[in-house]
Design a protein around this ligand. Structure first.
Ligand code: ATP
Ligand code: MG
Ligand code: ZN
Length: 276
């Protein structure tokens, strides 16, 4: 009970003639003697003010618990935002700290990824993205997902999204079916308007004319409306140019900084001890 409350009670006491405040020396088992306010009503103790030191300790404990709850909430939000990018589960914990930089290629790729995150505001404003090329298991998806995780960490208003090229194609194809709630145009618009679009596994299957048209439409829209895109492919520059065609490849090159991931696969072969 603080001084104002004590005064108020004294005032009530005067009016009703029933309440009484007594100040009594009291022992706190932890902090020793203190002057407690006792509230008496009709001859019975109704309240005793607690030890001021215990009160302070409880307040401090409460602040710690609130801070802990706040951190847990922030961590839940962070994980939720990572899930919302649609990146595969395997990569959801792979941030920059987990990317090994031993070879020159890994060092160069990592440096570029870090520059991209640091320069995100410029990338966003100019629609500048990345083009990761290289053979299987060299860390393209890992680093692209790490970029998304780092962007979410650094920028509250970043909304990266991950799609495999095949998912984009089937999403557009599904609009041709009877009963589809969206049409092709809306779906193309959706992919064109994503703030940062990561398209993985470009050129995994030999693209049909329809697929090339879909990719062209989305990338052309994104390039001309300054939306950054990160493209990942197993193909070499020549094969990618053949797949995309001169006009699209030219557009991609004007906006996406290329990086060749060299070396052999970092995928660990599965061994029997995985089951132990
Ligand atoms: N530099 C690295 N540091 C740590 N782990 C790595 C690195 N490069 C690759 N890996 C790991 O190796 C595995 C394969 O990497 P990733 O999936 O990124 O390859 P990729 O280049 O996308 O291959 P693909 O073309 O087959 O899709 C993943 O588990 C990834 O975390
Ligand atoms: Mg990959
Ligand atoms: Zn105490």
């Amino acid at each position: 009970m603080n001084n104002t409350e004590t005064k108020n009670l004294k005032a009530v006491n005067t009016i009703l003639g029933k309440l009484e405040i007594r100040q009594v020396k009291t022992m706190c088992p932890l902090h020793g003697e203190y002057l407690a306010n006792q509230v008496w009503l009709s001859g019975q103790i109704k309240e005793i003010s607690e030890c001021p030191e215990c009160f302070k300790l409880k307040q401090a404990q409460k602040a710690i618990e609130e801070e802990k709850a706040r951190k847990e909430e922030a961590e839940r939000n962070r994980k939720q935002r990572i899930v919302e990018t649609r990146m595969p589960l395997e990569y959801q914990t792979k941030d920059f700290s987990t990317f090994i930089q031993e070879t020159d290629s890994q060092k160069a790729a990592f440096k570029l990824a870090r520059r991209f995150v640091k320069g995100w505001e410029k990338a966003k404003a100019g629609g500048y993205g990345l083009l990761f090329l290289g053979s299987c298991g060299t860390g393209k998806t890992h680093l692209a997902c790490a970029i998304m995780i780092e962007l979410l960490k650094e920028y509250a208003f970043s909304y990266p999204r991950y799609y495999k090229a095949s998912e984009i194609f089937s999403s557009v194809r599904s609009t041709y079916q009877a009963g589809s709630t969206t049409n092709e145009e809306e779906t193309l618009k959706f992919f064109s308007s994503i703030q940062l679009l990561v398209i993985d596994e470009v050129g995994v299957q030999k693209g049909s004319e329809a697929e090339k048209r879909i990719l062209f439409s989305i990338l052309d829209n994104r390039v001309t409306s300054n939306k950054p895109t990160i493209l990942l492919s197993n193909l070499g520059p020549k094969a990618l140019e053949e797949l995309l065609g001169d006009r699209l490849y030219d557009r991609v090159r004007s906006k996406c900084v290329p990086m060749l991931f060299a070396g052999s696969s970092m995928r660990k072969p599965a061994t029997a001890d995985l089951f132990d």
